[in-house]
Design a protein around this ligand. Structure first.
Ligand code: NDP
Length: 493
């Protein structure tokens, strides 16, 4: 028994006795290669670095494939390929012509959605029902949405002659690999830019499958280049000759990138961490709120930058909400991500699991009370039980730091002013949720919260037409919607 399990043991409640039959999704549809090259200039090439690394399935720890690691020379070649595609072909195509390619990619993603979803789950550990019902449909929707803008840029920015910036270097994290690729690539291409995309080290496989789709869509070679590798590859891309850097990931790396691009002509957008408050008032529909709170923190194992990781509950409903939350937690199904009934899948990597364990241990040490449901975790792979902490004070690390795991810190409040103060008491400002039946209170709260998105009586709702981005240490710039076009455009004054 680990220290965390010992601390949680006093509050363990048995699971209901009924069970589901296994419903595993077949992996037959996925054709994995033993080894993948870099996607540069429209084809897969061997890395000049001569280096490779192994990508695994975090639910089983089994190796899936060998992946090329791009060194500085590989990065330079990819940027060169993107530059010539931009100067010789892409920027001069009409918007309608560019849209044609984006529509092709979107349709291919729809047609091959199951293959992509299974691969996303195998490589990242997220439940298949999420990659199937959320990641893939939204990724395709982003390409459709920005295809629609490609020939209408003059109407989006009337009188300002919108033109592309050039080559975009795009660095994405491991929590939504395919969706983040779509968020980055679709607006860049629609606005006439070309791109070099670097997926995260632990989740390169769907980006490499996307490279196949790009070939099938007959995109002019070099328009999109995909280079795999770890942090050094990302750093080399930032230092390279790109005209713009778009980054999603941790605040620490975001700060490093900001320093590296300071004083250069490179444009920059950063989408970084979060510590969102999900605020439940005493007049909220509690059963609905419980579903929103569960979705807010346990969706994708809590590996979500806008996760509702701090629950603020108004005192009169604290006991009732806790009873309902604990009962709901017991019904969450943790385990094989490929099982269609699984709610909480595998933690993305051993490194991330260690980080979650360390922060949870700090919560126990600092005096918060832990609650975990009883559930049998698979023996291999990286797993963490859904976890609640009560008795959390604002100074606790679990209330301040981004855990990026299935861990909810619960804090109480008495008045709306106190809720606003506590919600804003964070260096981050990406998202927030408000649960109340009063429309006027929703508006009052939304006006006062320093968060890029405020959801009301719902959580984690995404649509390509609505912009997303942060305040303070959650970054700057917006992705999605018409706002998401601007960071990729030069606009005459
Ligand atoms: P990172 O911020 O390190 O990773 C994001 C991307 O940046 C990855 O592609 C990564 O490459 C790349 N990268 C890493 N170092 C550099 C660098 N110096 N210059 C340019 N690019 C770089 O996140 P981690 O995966 O290390 O996760 C650490 C913590 O960050 C998590 O525990 C979580 O709290 C937070 N996080 C937050 C995210 C968010 O969206 N808010 C997303 C991901 C993580 P590679 O992964 O291959 O090393």
């Amino acid at each position: 028994m680990t220290d965390i399990e010992r601390a949680a043991a006093t509050t363990l409640t048995p699971r209901p006795s009924w069970d589901y039959a296994p419903a595993p999704e077949s992996t037959d549809i996925v054709r994995l290669q033993d080894s993948y090259g870099l996607f540069v200039g429209g084809e897969f090439v061997e890395p000049k670095s001569g280096k490779r690394f192994t990508t695994i399935n975090p639910a089983t720890e089994e190796p899936l494939a060998e992946i090329a690691e791009a060194g500085p020379e590989d990065v330079a070649l990819a940027v060169e390929a993107a530059r010539s595609a931009h100067d010789q072909v892409w920027r001069d195509l009409s918007g309608a012509e560019r849209a044609k390619y984006l529509y092709r990619i979107a349709r291919q993603l729809q047609e091959r959605a199951r293959e992509f979803a299974v691969l996303e789950t195998m490589n990242g550990g997220k439940p298949i029902k999420e990659s199937r019902d959320v990641d893939l449909p939204l990724a395709a929707a982003h390409f459709f949405y920005y295809a629609g803008w490609a020939d209408k840029l003059e109407y989006a920015f009337p009188g300002r002659s919108p033109g592309p910036i050039g080559v975009a270097g795009q660095i994405i994290p491991w929590n939504f690999p395919m969706l983040m690729a779509a968020w980055k690539l679709a607006p860049a291409l629609a606005t006439g830019n070309t791109a070099v995309l670097k997926p995260a080290e632990t989740t390169p496989l769907t980006a490499l499958l996307l490279a196949e789709v790009i070939q099938e869509a007959e995109l002019p070679p070099g328009t999109i280049n995909i280079i795999t590798g770890a942090g050094e590859t990302g750093a080399a891309l930032v230092e390279s000759g790109v005209d713009k850097v778009a980054f999603t990931g941790s605040t620490d790396v975001g700060k490093r990138i900001r320093r590296a691009t300071a004083g250069t002509a490179k444009r920059l957008t950063l989408e970084l961490g979060g510590k969102a408050a999900n605020i439940v008032f005493d007049d909220a529909p509690l059963d609905q709120a419980v579903e929103g709170v569960i979705n807010g923190i346990f969706f994708n194992q809590g590996h979500v930058c806008c996760a509702g990781s701090r629950l603020l509950v108004q005192e009169p409903v604290f006991e009732e909400l806790m009873d309902k939350l604990k009962a709901r937690l017991q019904t969450l199904r943790v385990g094989d991500p490929l099982d269609k009934n699984t709610d909480v899948g595998a933690i993305n990597s051993r490194q991330q699991l260690r980080k979650i364990e360390e922060l949870v241990a700090s919560g126990i040490d600092e005096g918060a009370e832990i609650y975990q449901p009883e559930c049998v975790l698979p023996e291999r792979g990286f797993w963490f039980r859904p976890t609640l902490f009560t008795g959390v004070s604002q100074s606790h690390r679990i209330a301040r730091e981004e855990i990026f795991g299935p861990v909810l810190s619960i804090i109480t409040f008495r008045t709306p002013d106190e809720a606003v103060e506590k919600a804003n008491n964070t260096p981050y400002g990406l998202s927030a949720g408000v649960w109340t039946e009063k429309g006027s209170r929703i508006l009052w709260m939304a006006e006062r919260m320093r968060a890029g998105v405020v959801w009301a009586n719902t959580f984690n709702r995404f649509d390509p037409a609505s912009p997303f981005g942060g305040y303070k240490e959650s970054g700057f710039g917006r992705e999605g919607g018409m706002h998401g076009l601007e960071p990729y455009l030069q606009l005459s004054p």
